[in-house]
Design a protein around this ligand. Sequence first.
Ligand SMILES: Nc1ncnc2c1ncn2[C@@H]1O[C@H](COP(=O)(O)OP(=O)(O)OP(=O)(O)O)[C@@H](O)[C@H]1O
Ligand SMILES: [Mg+2]
Length: 261
Amino acid sequence: MNPFDQQKPIEGIKNILVVGSGKGGVGKSTVSVNLAASLKKMGMKVGLLDADIYGPSLPRLLGAVGQKPQIDDKGKIIPIVRQGMKLMSIGFLVEEGKAVVWRGPMLFKAMDQFFRDVDWGELDYLVIDLPPGTGDIALTAAQKVPINGAITVCTPQNLAFVDAKKAIDMFDQINVPHFGVVENMAYFKQTPEAEPVALFPRGEMSAYLETNKIEKLVEIPFHPTVGLSGEAGIPVVESTPDSEEGVAFAELAKKVVERTQ
Ligand SMILES: Nc1ncnc2c1ncn2[C@@H]1O[C@H](COP(=O)(O)OP(=O)(O)OP(=O)(O)O)[C@@H](O)[C@H]1O
Ligand SMILES: [Mg+2]
C-alpha cells in the first residue's frame, strides 16, 4: 500500500501549510507564528500546530506556557486561543523542560490526535511548525493529511543552506508543493536608514534557488525585537507591524494567500 493513501483531509480546514528547514534554530517557529498572525490580520481564520514534539516552542512564543487544553463533551481537545488563533502543542500536554521519549508508532499516534481529535473548527489555514531535520514528523504529517504548501526557512550561510536543501528535496520527494524559501536573519540594520550589515557570509543559496527555479519568498532582517517579542509571547507583526521585519512577514503571508487561491 502506498503510505500516502492514508491521507485524509481535516474537515473544516481549507489549507494546511508546513514550515520546515533541515537546520535547527534558523527561525522556523518564529516564521510560523508571524506568518500565522499575518494571515489572521488579513482576515483569515488561522490555527497553529506545534509539531515539534521534542522541542515545542509555540506555547512560549504565544504566551501560553502552562496552559492545559480542555476536553469537550464529544471528547475533542479544545485548542488554546492566543492572538485570535487556535493553538495546539505537545507543550500543553507535558511539563516544560521534561523530555518526550517517543518514537515511531507513538509519534504517529500523537500526530493523528493533533489532526483528528482537536476541535479545530473552520479554518482558512492551519500552519504546522515542523521540528528541525527531515525526519519522521514531516513524513507522518504528509502521510496523514494533504499539505497545500511547504515553506523552508534558512539563514544565509552555507552551513544552514546545505541542510535546508535536504528539506527542499524531502518536500519534493513526498510530493508536497514547495512554495519557496524564507531567508531569515538576512541582514541587520542598526537604524532604518543605516546600511545593512551581513551577519553571516552569503553562500550558494541564491545561485541554487535560481538554477532550480525556487522562489526566495522574502528576506527577514535580524532584529532584537524579534527575539524580544518571542520571549514576550507577542508576534512582531502585532507589536511592531511597521518595522522591516513586520512588513516582510506580511509580504510572506500575502504570497502564501496568492499561492493558495
Ligand atoms: N529575524 C530574527 N531576528 C532576531 N532574532 C530571531 C529572528 N528569527 C529568529 N530569531 C530568534 O532566534 C531564536 C531561534 O528561533 P526559532 O525558535 O524560531 O528557531 P527554530 O528554527 O524554530 O528552532 P528549532 O530548530 O529549535 O525549532 C529565537 O530566540 C528567535 O527569537
Ligand atoms: Mg522551532
